[in-house]
Every structure is written in structure tokens, then in C-alpha cells.
Ligand binder design. Structure first.
Ligand code: B12
Ligand code: SF4
Ligand code: SF4
Length: 354
């Protein structure tokens, strides 16, 4: 049966865009105690749902009683497989995974197609597809299914594919016999990811303080970032890729295509494009932003999140032409204090009036 399923998946693999896959029995995650300790230390910040998910992550059958095994899939996001032709930003720095349509929709749809084929072959069995948002410790599961090792940057890395891929899984009532060898840890003595992280979010190998991660601060958090972290966010408008782009395993796979500049050096034209991007974000209505970013990961941040990120980048890049737009936000109920911070940064470059 395992051979039959492997063939079925392999036949559909190229069409569905999966780069690699594996199987794992569905049992308590090997790193569950690590996860629980991480939560106990409060390193998840405001992501309260990660606490609520813990019991189901520990015992998947508590929610899905028939589930016995998981088929685990990876889809690379660089280059982005589902681009958006009219992506509203030209120069603002957006992490690679977000430069297209939101994978929560299209990745699941692709797995759903596979579920339909599997269901036809095994009508009495159950097949359920998930990616990201369900109570599943996905990196642990993918590691057990042989999709890669957990690097010191906390990401799952494959020696031939790098780490720029999403993870998704199909839970099934079928009992699969695992035939995938675990991928050994190839980090060795390297510490490049820990060294480059601008905010010091990687506390030690494989342990992140999410409250300090730029991805958390620009995507997940619904509050203003602490003042001491604002400068460190640099020019990242949405997410951050540095601890992955610096990784030699990604450098090897994506030769010369990945930036490791903590702050991009922009020429005059690029600076103007960035200014226009941020002017649009700072002045657009919530409705307009919602419409323009619909279906992309940026929609998750909402109008508050996008304007918050624009204020930080405007301040860090000292974009003086945005002064008027920033000024208007000083009266905003939640963004006001941040707009004042940005104005202070802009004042430091303003030529003195005689
Ligand atoms: C919350 C979350 C975040 C948080 C916290 C990230 C983190 N590192 O914990 C924030 C918002 C910061 C984030 C950022 C990003 N995320 Co995210 N995120 C998640 C989510 C929803 C839960 C992760 C979680 O539970 N974290 C808690 C920690 C403790 O668990 P973990 O990192 O998942 O895995 C740990 C254990 O497996 C453990 N482990 C495993 N084996 C072993 C063995 C030993 C001995 C030890 C000690 C530990 C250990 O080590 C891992 C690292 O601590 C998952 C989806 C999911 N359902 O799992 C996506 C997920 C992890 N994110 C993903 C992505 C793509 C990103 C970003 C690249 C997006 C971006 N560019 O901005 C960044 C990457 C930053 C980074 N270095 O991790 C992918 C990762 C793909 C991959 N190849 O690894 C996932 C799987 C989503 C998906 N379905 O594709 N994310
Ligand atoms: S994504 Fe950026 S901020 Fe987060 S741990 Fe990696 S380098 Fe640090
Ligand atoms: S940068 Fe080095 S230490 Fe970090 S994940 Fe890559 S190989 Fe491992």
C-alpha cells in the first residue's frame, strides 16, 4: 500500500508543484517537551493560539480520532509559484514567501486534489489536508517524514532544496510504514543565521524569542514594537528572510540570487519608488488596502499593521518627503505614538531653517 501511494503521489508531484514529500506515523511530536517549555517561557508573545493548540499538537487523535499517519509535502516559494500580477508594492522590502498569493489557499487546494485521487482509490479511508494554521507542529512532523533537518535558524532545511519552502500535510486513517531516513543535521559549526539576526531573536541554536523576530513584529503582532527594536527592524516592511538567505545551504541552491544586506542600499530611483509605496500605505483608507492586498499574506497585517510597518521603515530610511503623511497620523488613536517617533527620526535629517 505504501508503494501504491508513493507512486500515486509521484505521478502527481510535478503538476502540483511539490518539491519533495515523505510519510510519518502520527504520534506525539519528538520536540513536544521543547515546544511546551518554549511556551512556558512566554517566547510566543501574543500568539495565544499556540498555547490553545498544545493539547492537540501533543495528541492529534484528540481532534482527528481516525488519523494514523501523515503525508507531508514541501512547495518552494522562491521563485513564488503563485505570483500576483498587480502586486501593489514596487520597492518596499517584503519577505519572499509573501511576494505572491497566500499559500493558505492554494497549497491546501493542491493537496485537496491529491486527497480526491486518494479517496477514489481508498473510499473507506479518511484524508484531511492542512497547512500552517491548524494545531500541528509542522516542522517536527516534516523532520520525522525526512523532509529536512531543523537548522539553528529554526527552519527545516533540505541539503538539495534549501529551506525556502512551505510545509503542508494530509492526515490519513491509512497506516503508512515509514521508509524515509531522517536527514542528518548539516549545520556543523556554522552560526551565520544567529550572527546576522538584527534583533538577536535567535537566542541559541534552534530557539527563537518570537517577540523579537521581525516576522512577528511586522506580521503577527497587533501592538507597536518596543522602542528599542524599532531601529533594528531596518527596512523590512513585511517579514524577514535574513537568517535563511545567509544560510550556506540556501546560497548553494539559489546561487547569487539571495540578498543578505541587513539594510538594502538603494539608488535615487529605488528610494523614490520606496517613498511612493509608503506614501500610498500611509494615506490609503483601510477599505482600499483591504481590496488591494486581498488574497495575499499582507492582508493578515490589516490596515493598522501595514501603516505601522510603513511608519517604521519611513523613520529608519529617513524618508523626509513623507513628513506630511506621518504628521497626519500623529492624531491616530493607536498609531499616534509611533508617528511621533518617526517624526523625531525625520527631524534628525531635516535641514535647519534659517
Ligand atoms: C508561529 C509561527 C511563526 C512565528 C514563530 C517562528 C518560530 N521559529 O517559532 C514567526 C511569526 C516568528 C514565524 C516566522 C516565520 N515563519 Co512561521 N510559523 C509559525 C507556525 C504557525 C507555528 C510554529 C511554532 O509552533 N513555533 C514554536 C517553535 C518552538 O516550534 P517550531 O519552530 O515550529 O519547531 C521547533 C521544533 O520542531 C524544534 N525541534 C524539532 N526537532 C527538534 C530536535 C531537538 C533536539 C530540539 C531541541 C528541537 C527540535 O525545533 C524547532 C525550532 O525551535 C508554523 C506552522 C505550524 N503549524 O507549525 C509556521 C512555519 C514554521 N513558518 C514558516 C515560515 C515560512 C516562516 C517565515 C520564513 C516567514 C517569513 N519570511 O517571514 C519566518 C521564518 C522565521 C524563522 N527563523 O523561523 C514555515 C516554515 C517552513 C520551513 N521550511 O521551516 C511554517 C512551517 C509554515 C508552513 N506551513 O510552511 N513563524
Ligand atoms: S526572520 Fe529575521 S528577525 Fe526573525 S530570526 Fe530570522 S533574521 Fe532574525
Ligand atoms: S546559517 Fe548555518 S547554522 Fe544557520 S541554519 Fe544555515 S547552516 Fe545552520
Amino acid at each position: 500500500m505504501t508503494a501504491l501511494i508513493t507512486k500515486l503521489i509521484k505521478d502527481e508531484l510535478p503538476e502540483l508543484g511539490f518539491s519533495h514529500f515523505g510519510f510519518s506515523a502520527l504520534s506525539k511530536p519528538l520536540s513536544f517537551e521543547f515546544y511546551q517549555g518554549w511556551l512556558n517561557e512566554g517566547l510566543h508573545g501574543d500568539m495565544k493560539y499556540l498555547e490553545d493548540h498544545a493539547p492537540i499538537k501533543e495528541t492529534p487523535q484528540a481532534k482527528w480520532p481516525r488519523a494514523q499517519s501523515a503525508l507531508v509535502f514541501a512547495i518552494p516559494y522562491f521563485p513564488h509559484p503563485e505570483g500576483k500580477a498587480d502586486f501593489p508594492l514596487k520597492a518596499a522590502r517584503v519577505s519572499l514567501y509573501a511576494q505572491g498569493m497566500d499559500y493558505h489557499f492554494w497549497f491546501r487546494e493542491r493537496m485537496q486534489k491529491l486527497c480526491t485521487s486518494l479517496q477514489e482509490k481508498f473510499p473507506d479511508e479518511e484524508f484531511l489536508s492542512f497547512t500552517d494554521s491548524s494545531p500541528i507542529l509542522e516542522r517536527d512532523l516534516a523532520k520525522r517524514a525526512g523532509l529536512g533537518w531543523v537548522g539553528k535558524n529554526t527552519c527545516l532545511i533540505h541539503p538539495k532544496k534549501g529551506s525556502l519552502f512551505f510545509i503542508g500535510e494530509i492526515y490519513t486513517s491509512l497506516k503508512m510504514t515509514t521508509e524515509f531516513e531522517p536527514v542528518p543535521d548539516f549545520c556543523g559549526t556554522c552560526t551565520r543565521c544567529i550572527d546576522i539576526c538584527p534583533t538577536g531573536a535567535l537566542l541559541e541554536p534552534r530557539k527563537m524569542d518570537a517577540r523579537k523576530c521581525i516576522s512577528y513584529l511586522t506580521i503577527e503582532s497587533r501592538t507597536l514594537p518596543p522602542e528599542e527594536l524599532r531601529e533594528k527592524i531596518g527596512d523590512w516592511f513585511f517579514g524577514c528572510d535574513l537568517c535563511q538567505t545567509v544560510c550556506p545551504w540556501n546560497q548553494k541552491v539559489f546561487k547569487g540570487q539571495l540578498s543578505i544586506e541587513t539594510n538594502l542600499t538603494l539608488n535615487e530611483e529605488q528610494t523614490q519608488s520606496l517613498t511612493e509605496d509608503l506614501r500610498y500605505i500611509l494615506s490609503a483608507s483601510g477599505k482600499k488596502l483591504e481590496k488591494d492586498f486581498w488574497g495575499t499574506p499582507l492582508a493578515r497585517a490589516g490596515s493598522f499593521g501595514l501603516k505601522k510597518n510603513a511608519l517604521i521603515v519611513a523613520g529608519n530610511k529617513k524618508l523626509l518627503p513623507l513628513k506630511e503623511e506621518v504628521q497626519k497620523l500623529t492624531h491616530h488613536e493607536k498609531l499616534g505614538p509611533l508617528a511621533l517617533w518617526t517624526l523625531k527620526k525625520l527631524a534628525s535629517v531635516e535641514p535647519e531653517k534659517s
